[in-house]
Design a protein around this ligand. Structure first.
Ligand code: PXG
Length: 285
């Protein structure tokens, strides 16, 4: 079935949802995006995603041509027009069409694109048994080059890391930062549990501050679990009691090995299972 896509202020059938080949989003990856879940017809963490989108845009000096309130309404309209009760929204803002030169001053009309669709999830087997990870040789962006806190259309190093994972037979891959510390996975944040304490790399490690990450840290605190944002290295993961990833699509998913080292019992751990259950209650209540 053809989707209704929000483009340039209107909902249009997907066949008509086209942008210019001169758009700098395509030519230079010059733009920002968001991925948002819809649960029971409601946009999850709606304000937080809209704020992150506008902050990403501000950081790259991209002026989004509509207000955050208009963006929120456009997201809701797109979700409704496609009868999405449980699904996924992709918001994209490009720099707009320009010349065959980098200069954004020579572009006009930033494009706002909203796609609301079904979501493709990891197989249930991975939730039941946990996933294996490998460490990619491709590192996360050096924040002096492009801040990982910006959800930009430049995801090429994450794409390359993802390919390394696929080649090794894993569905995700761990990315380190330029110092060799653990950053995050290609589209998910990472956590470990060691001696009852929940640990995850801080923003300074060069990560996207995932909204699922934030929600899970809050749920853990409410459950009486101590949460620490602290630099981690691969060794910390090898010797962790439990490990899991968080992300908009994944929610909370256990990791049971890294680079061939079995983590903890080799099965999804009890705290991971508890946090997944709490997250599902939060999103499905
Ligand atoms: N790190 C990176 C690099 C990401 O791109 C996350 C962490 C998790 O953030 P949230 O806010 O979703 O908890 C992301 C998420 C997808 C998809 O379709 C998701 C992301 C990027 C590309 C695709 O699942 N971003």
């Amino acid at each position: 079935m053809s989707l209704q896509i929000y483009l340039a202020g209107k909902l249009v059938p997907q066949e008509q949802a086209v942008v210019s080949v001169f758009d700098h989003g395509l030519l230079y990856g010059d733009g920002v995006f968001e991925g948002i879940r819809v649960y029971g017809g409601k946009v999850f963490l709606e304000d937080e995603h809209i704020i992150r989108l506008y902050e990403s845009a501000k950081s790259i000096r991209l002026e989004i041509p509509i207000t955050p309130a208009e963006m929120t309404q456009a997201v809701r309209d797109t979700v409704a027009a496609n009868n999405i009760t449980d699904g996924y929204v992709r918001l994209v803002v490009t720099r707009g069409a320009g010349t065959l030169g980098i200069d954004p001053a020579r572009t006009s009309n930033p494009q706002v694109i909203i796609i609301a669709d079904k979501i493709s999830l990891y197989p249930q087997e991975l939730y039941d048994n946990g996933m294996r990870l490998i460490t990619a040789s491709t590192i996360r962006n050096h924040s002096g080059a492009l801040s990982p806190r910006i959800k930009s259309l430049n995801y090429l190093n994450n794409v390359l890391a993802k390919i390394e994972g696929t080649d090794a037979g894993t569905v995700e891959a761990l990315m380190l930062n330029h110092k060799g510390e653990v950053a995050e996975c290609t589209g998910d944040n990472i956590f470990i549990i060691k001696d009852g304490v929940l640990k995850t790399p801080p923003p300074e490690a060069g990560i996207l501050e995932g909204l699922t990450r934030g929600a899970v840290m809050k749920l853990a605190t409410e459950a009486g679990i101590e949460v620490r944002q602290t630099p981690l290295v691969r060794h910390d993961i090898f010797v962790a009691d439990e490990c899991f990833l968080t992300g908009t699509a994944a929610e909370v998913i256990a990791v049971v090995s890294l680079d061939g080292r079995i983590i903890g019992s080799g099965k999804p751990g009890p705290i991971t299972a508890d946090l997944l259950e709490r997250f599902r209650k939060l999103t499905r209540s």
